[in-house]
Design a protein around this ligand. Structure first.
Ligand code: ASP
Length: 323
């Protein structure tokens, strides 16, 4: 038995202007890892900042991780940059078919700084990856001694080591001394069926449009000619200026348009407000209810669904799991 560790760069591995720590160097700097009882099988994938990752690249990592658990690994750890970690974790959660824990982590303070958090995060992630208690929970983010479900986790602060939080649900578990304590076991959701290929992902362009005060909507013009889907990050419970409602309705006749909230917590509503540009108006015009999904995760999900050829009904059903 072992834990499969895949490294993808990010602050956790930054050791100077250009120097990047390898997985072997990363693990050598972690006190307590040797006492874990299971060896780490390290694969250095690519030392890039997380803003340069792609969905296709992450699906390749998931394939490699699948092979590793098929060969006997009890769980998987991925280290990467934190900037897009909430999106990659959600992507993995949609496609990970195994009961084995798939844990993502990183660091906010690089190894050259006083008090780097990478070693503790990596140790915590490895503990969770080999814990029977963490099986059947899909993809998890382990950070700052907390365990977050991929479907809820957000990066909430630009510099704090406590940046990862789950505003709608809280962490589902904690690392306490050397123990993995799971407090809540959310049922796994249906993932996206089929394997999206890189070319299909490239062809599934999904725009993210955040509505702002006094918004003229100019950027939305002609969007259905260049994009296959759209996520709207609306005000509050899912509102837009009245003038944008028919524009979004016309787009929704041509491409899937998902309604989410730009607030960072809570769900969009369905039937509380009735005015033009309100949630019920937009849903009546054919927008898809994004529920509790934040705009970034909604964009990942819509892109995956489009890339695997899912139709309007399947797309609505996939988002309905997040209501
Ligand atoms: N810019 C870095 C990245 O996401 C930040 C980090 O690792 O925390 O790759």
């Amino acid at each position: 038995m072992s834990v499969a560790l895949f490294t993808l760069g990010g602050t956790i591995s930054v050791a100077g202007a250009t120097n990047r720590l390898t997985g072997a160097e990363l693990t050598a700097a972690v006190p307590g890892l040797a006492e874990l009882g299971l060896p780490l099988e390290v694969q250095d994938v690519e030392a890039v900042s997380s803003g340069n990752l792609t969905l296709a690249r992450m699906l390749d990592v998931v394939d490699a991780a699948s092979k590793a658990v098929g060969a006997g690994a009890s769980g998987v750890v991925v280290t990467q940059g934190t900037d897009t970690l909430e999106e990659t974790a959600f992507l993995v959660d949609q496609v990970w078919p195994h009961p084995h824990p798939f844990v993502l982590t990183g660091a906010m303070r690089n190894p050259t700084l006083a008090g780097p958090d990478g070693p503790a995060n990596l140790l915590g992630a490895a503990r969770v990856a080999c814990s029977p208690a963490a099986r059947d929970l899909g993809a998890l983010v382990v950070f700052n001694d907390q365990i977050h479900a991929a479907r809820w986790v957000r990066k909430t602060h630009s510099t704090s080591t406590a940046t990862f939080a789950s505003p709608n649900a809280g962490p589902i578990g904690h690392l306490v001394e050397d123990q993995v304590r799971i407090l809540a076991r959310p049922a796994r959701q249906d993932g996206v069926p089929g394997r999206a290929e890189a070319g299909d992902l490239d062809a599934a362009r999904v725009a993210l449009y955040t509505v702002t005060l006094d918004d003229d909507g100019l950027l939305l013009e002609g969007l259905a000619d260049t994009h296959q889907g759209l996520v709207v990050a609306g005000y509050g419970v899912g509102h837009v200026p009245a003038a944008l409602a028919p524009v979004l309705g016309a787009l929704a006749e041509r491409i899937p348009v998902v309604l989410t909230s730009r607030t960072g917590g809570g769900s969009v509503l369905r039937s509380t407000y009735k005015t033009a540009g309100s949630e019920s108006d937009l849903l009546a015009r054919g927008l898809i209810d994004g529920g509790f999904l934040d705009p970034y995760k909604a964009r990942v999900l819509l892109r995956l669904l489009l890339a695997t050829g899912e139709g309007r009904d399947e797309i609505s059903a996939a988002f309905a799991q997040h209501h």
